[in-house]
Design a protein around this ligand. Structure first.
Ligand code: SAJ
Length: 405
């Protein structure tokens, strides 16, 4: 079976490489010519543990990269699904545009599988009508599937191999065909279900995590109020066999957990109060960090914001992805004016007062706010000696001037 993966982004690229390196005849497509040129020249387009090696294996196995859509038996559509920040509803236009492009070239009987995260009901509301508008009969001319990804940035290669998967289809026989493609590399179990269940399950998984993190963040605030150690409390509570609380932090970023719960709030505003509150709690964490910074600055007689530095600009540790990152959220607040910024994973200039050298950055600040727990810092805590530190990730060893959330 020939597979065409549409969209060479954070999910499409590793998925296509995994298929190709496990013997599937695979083409990776993206309309961004510069991305395809760089892949053809032998460069991966983002940093991720194990991705280079996987890329070389896939190239050796014969993967090709194109800007045009080829004829294939199965299309895995992995394009962005942004959401409207005001209405909280999904913008399915990239998905429907990709589907329409595929329909121009796909042979009769091809499978079109949406790998992007979509809000529940998107396939019924947007994809089916788009296919029918082009004169195709679903189930006869083409088949639809939804195969939502589950991999976590920072551990994508391992999780692609080992996570279980959900395959949503209209017809079980099509599910078996899709399963065969993923079985080329996936060692986890694969569940075949209907499309709506697959859509909903994916969003539910990320919403569950968002609510759990919001609970941890709320506990951090409660514990701060009366000077209790939230980390110790969570550590002990988690020793209970049925308790598993996540960690508080400076907020929730990334393009998944901070976005997907809004799909449910946007579509079911009256029925999603808990989900909504959790979102607001997590989105409010950058303000809580600013409040903590103000208290700590006052206590240490620091009055000049330009003597304070934020360590970390990405949405979490050891990735180069800055989408919706808590640091970027915090920098939108007027109180952040003057802050200095450094992140070893962000090579381009993204924000004002950004440094590209840790020592130069530390040389210019008296206080460091640890926003991301990159390994670089974990291996160099001694460099923070003499600084006032606000450690929002609970990674720094205890010290006189080390404050927690
Ligand atoms: N975070 C905390 N405390 C924690 C865990 C995370 O504050 O205890 C923060 C992180 O720092 C980050 C944000 O939450 O800012 C999200 O990070 P994450 O590592 O929890 O998740 P993502 O967004 O990288 O990946 C998630 C994963 N979903 C689940 O674990 C349910 C991944 O499996 C999905 O494939 C991915 O979303 C996606 O693409 O949907």
């Amino acid at each position: 079976m020939k597979v065409c993966v549409v969209g060479m982004g954070y999910i499409g690229l590793p998925t296509s490489l995994m298929m190709a390196s496990h013997g599937v005849d695979t083409v990776g497509v993206d309309y961004d010519a510069s991305k395809i040129a760089s892949l053809k020249a032998g460069h991966v387009t983002f940093e991720e543990e194990g991705l280079e090696e996987l890329f070389h294996d896939a190239v050796k196995a014969g993967i090709s990269f194109e800007t045009g859509y080829p004829a294939a038996d199965m299309y895995v559509i992995s394009v962005p699904t942004p959401y409207d920040k005001d209405t909280k509803k999904i913008d399915a236009s990239y998905v429907t545009a990709a589907v329409k492009s595929v329909l121009k070239v796909c042979p009769r009987g091809a499978i079109l599988s949406i790998e992007s995260t979509i809000s529940p009901g998107t396939i019924d509301r947007f994809v089916r009508p788009a296919v029918e508008e082009e004169g195709f009969v679903i189930g006869r001319d083409v088949h639809l599937a939804h195969t939502p990804e589950r991999i976590i940035p920072g551990n994508m290669v391992y999780e692609l191999l080992h996570n279980s998967r959900t395959i949503g289809v209209d017809e079980p026989a099509v599910g078996e065909q899709v399963k065969e493609v993923y079985a080329s590399f996936c060692q986890g179990s694969m569940v075949i279900t209907d499309i709506r269940t697959a859509e909903m399950t994916k969003v539910v998984e990320n919403t569950y995590r968002d609510i759990n993190i919001a609970f941890a963040n709320e506990l951090a605030k409660i514990c701060r109020e009366d000077d209790m150690d939230v980390y110790e409390i969570i550590r002990i509570a988690n020793m209970h066999p049925r308790v598993n609380i996540l960690q508080p932090g400076p907020g929730v970023g990334g393009h998944c957990i901070s976005v997907d719960p809004w799909f449910l709030v946007g579509d079911y505003p009256e029925l999603s109060k808990l989900i909504h509150t959790a979102r607001l709690t997590n989105d409010g964490m950058p303000d809580f960090v600013l409040q903590r910074m103000a208290e700590i600055m006052k206590e240490n007689g620091i009055t000049d914001m330009s003597r304070v530095g934020m360590y970390g600009l990405t949405y979490k540790e050891n990735v180069d992805d800055v989408r919706e990152s808590p640091t970027l959220q915090l920098l939108e607040r007027p109180q952040s004016e003057g802050l200095k910024i450094y992140d070893p994973w962000v090579k381009r200039d993204l924000v004002a007062h950004q440094y590209h050298d840790l020592d130069a950055f530390l040389g210019d600040v008296d206080m460091v706010v640890v926003m991301v727990g990159h390994s670089q810092l974990k291996e160099a805590f001694e460099k923070l000696a003499g600084k006032v530190v606000l450690d929002t990730r609970n990674i720094c060893p205890a010290g006189d001037k080390v404050y927690k959330l």
